[in-house]
Design a protein around this ligand. Structure first.
Ligand code: ADP
Ligand code: MG
Length: 344
């Protein structure tokens, strides 16, 4: 949060883009701070200019300005307007927001509410990632939990959105980074880019393969380590890789750690023996939604869900340091950290 304020002080009205020219075989790189995280892009084709990256980040900033539910960052956004109008009249939203809500509702249904687009009352109550994060009373949790119900969200014609009960609210925090990465990739691809790597705060999207024709090698984060330490390596092209875990945002109270992926069935952070879930999919929005959903579902149900989705694979890491792979991963994942063991 502090970094964000600092960046706005330096460049008040625009997205700060730090781009460096691709010289020789060096990729053209850019980074900025958006969606509550650091975004990095590396374009490996020659001949592109910083403006392409600036335009791409402007598009991500537009998505954030429409769909953020952070009152710390925005007085209003389309989703804050939808949530404030809950129990009243429908709210008109942009095509962007409507599409993301449609996708989010699809994944809410697919996962039977493990991913729930109407999780907002619980997110707001816990405030994890804000200065006001604290363990709520059980009564407050029960009240908020009763307001979480994706089946009540109405997506009406003419891009109107309605929530029937005051206090209800939508939140796309579990899917927005994926949508933004897909949009960013679309902009690059339409400009002719064939080899690029996007890293949106650990959400990876690969365009094509490396310029030499080989696949990218992507480290899978170690759950208890720094971002830079890996349990293993994925060898992939043209895929998105997204990891969800309890370590991204959390607070501690009385020695207990409370993290930001909430289980609408209990009203508490999801706890089921998982250290993290990594999803590999063609679209980043799919990987983002399913990584959050699988973290809530746990190993058994999560794996069954992923095996039912064509073209989607997963790596589950359990608290006993076992690494469970879905069948289709084959030899694309190589375990490199001897503290972890592949599950039989
Ligand atoms: P990250 O934001 O760390 O990449 P996720 O993609 O898993 O992690 O998204 C977590 C965010 O999604 C939370 O901060 C919250 O806004 C929202 N969220 C939390 N629990 C759920 C849930 N059960 N269903 C849908 N969204 C959720
Ligand atoms: Mg997610």
């Amino acid at each position: 949060m502090k970094l964000r304020i600092l960046l706005y002080l330096i460049v008040p009205a625009a997205v700060l883009v730090v781009a460096s020219c691709g010289r020789g075989n060096e990729p053209l790189r850019g980074n900025t701070y958006l969606l509550g995280t650091v975004l990095n892009v590396a374009i490996h084709d020659g001949g592109y200019r910083e403006e392409l990256i600036e335009g791409m980040f402007d598009r991500v900033a537009e998505i954030e300005a429409r769909m953020s539910t952070s009152t710390a960052d925005y007085d209003t956004t389309e989703l804050l307007a939808v949530n404030r109008a809950a129990g009243e009249t429908p709210t008109s939203v942009s095509a962007d927001t409507y599409e993301v809500l449609q996708e989010a509702l699809y994944f809410s249904r697919l996962t039977d509410g493990a991913f729930d687009v109407t999780i907002w009352p619980l997110v707001a109550l816990w405030g994890i990632g804000t200065d006001g994060a604290a363990l709520p009373d059980q009564a407050e949790i029960d009240t908020a939990r009763a307001l979480v119900d994706y089946s009540a969200l109405e997506l009406l014609p003419d891009r109107r959105v309605h929530l029937p009960t005051p206090g209800m609210g939508v939140d796309v925090g579990a899917i927005a980074k994926g949508y933004a990465a897909d949009e960013a990739a679309r902009i690059l691809t339409e400009a002719g880019v064939e080899h690029a790597l996007l890293d949106f705060g650990g959400n990876i999207l690969l365009i094509g393969n490396k310029p030499d024709g080989s696949a990218w090698r992507i480290g899978v984060q170690r759950p208890d380590g720094e971002r830079s330490s890996f349990i293993g390596v994925l060898t992939l092209s043209d895929r998105s890789v997204v990891t969800s875990g309890p370590y991204e945002r959390f607070f501690e109270q009385d020695g207990v750690r409370y993290h930001h992926i909430l289980d609408s069935a209990t009203g508490y952070p999801a706890e089921n023996g998982l250290s993290q879930v990594t999803i590999i999919a063609g679209r980043s929005i799919v990987a983002d939604a399913l990584s959050t959903a699988c973290y809530v579902l746990g190993l058994e149900e999560g794996r069954a869900l992923i095996e039912s989705q064509p073209g989607v694979e997963a790596i589950f890491v359990t608290e006993d340091r076992l690494v469970h792979l879905t069948e289709g991963i084959g030899d694309r994942f190589e375990l490199t950290d001897s503290d972890y063991t592949l599950a039989p």
